[in-house]
Design a protein around this ligand. Structure first.
Ligand code: ADP
Ligand code: MG
Ligand code: MG
Length: 211
């Protein structure tokens, strides 16, 4: 079943909850290979988004909600992840266009545009130990699930599973972008916080679509 604005709003609320729940874990991961603020950055950003959700128009499109998330994250999240995730939602909003519902094809287009936005903004490649390492496997898995005739919920579940595996895969790597890249080999053995938070956000997308 194609997913409408109600789903986007549910997803955003669930993202805010999961970021709050995992705030300490994200701070710990970022303390290990960054400056320890990732959980706070995202919690502040998504809390600000949730505060704006009640003000959205009754006839808002999924794209309009994604754009609200984008502008709010960009203006409230300090740190690299604000403009990066903000660009992801902004490009995702562009891909959603004026559609009132997102089918499996549209979801793949939104996720692909979001990933492309992160890459455009941050110039990281796969294997650089960043959130791209959650997003790119998620996009690939989503497209494969769509090609196999998967439902919207199945496409998002595939994306979430792949993002989780992608985030875990960053652990043994040296980082080539972001603060962790200053650490050289000392980044080895630690999961990238941005990849972890992106996998949580994508899991929230799948969970709300399945509910
Ligand atoms: P900051 O590093 O400015 O304190 P955050 O802690 O909020 O910002 O976010 C750090 C996360 O941002 C990293 O774990 C990584 O996933 C992501 N990141 C940093 N630089 C880049 C980049 N150039 N491209 C993609 N993601 C990046
Ligand atoms: Mg940080
Ligand atoms: Mg910081």
């Amino acid at each position: 079943m194609a997913l409408g604005t109600g789903w986007v709003v549910d997803w955003v609320r669930a993202s805010a909850e999961v970021v709050k729940e995992h705030r300490t874990e994200l701070v710990r991961l970022d303390r290990e290979i960054g400056d320890g603020d990732h959980g706070e950055n995202l919690d502040r950003g998504f809390s600000a988004v949730v505060a704006k959700l009640d003000g959205i128009e009754a006839d808002a499109t999924p794209g309009a909600v994604l754009k609200l998330v984008a502008t709010t994250l960009i203006s409230t999240v300090g740190g690299a992840s604000g403009p990066l995730l903000g660009t992801a939602y902004l490009k995702g909003a562009g891909a959603a266009g004026a559609a009132t519902e997102l089918d499996a094809d549209a979801l793949v287009a939104v996720l692909t545009a979001a990933r492309d936005g992160v890459v455009l903004r941050g110039k990281a490649e796969s294997g650089d130990k960043t959130m791209v390492d959650a997003w790119t496997p998620a996009v690939d898995a989503a497209a494969a699930a769509r090609d196999a005739g998967g439902s919207e919920a199945e496409v998002l579940a595939a994306a979430a599973d792949a993002a989780e595996a992608g985030a875990a895969a960053t652990e043994p790597w040296v980082a080539r972008k972001g603060r962790a890249s200053y650490l050289g080999e000392r980044a080895i053995g630690h999961r990238d916080p941005g990849a972890q938070s992106s996998s949580l956000i994508l899991r929230a997308a799948a969970d709300t679509a399945a509910a």
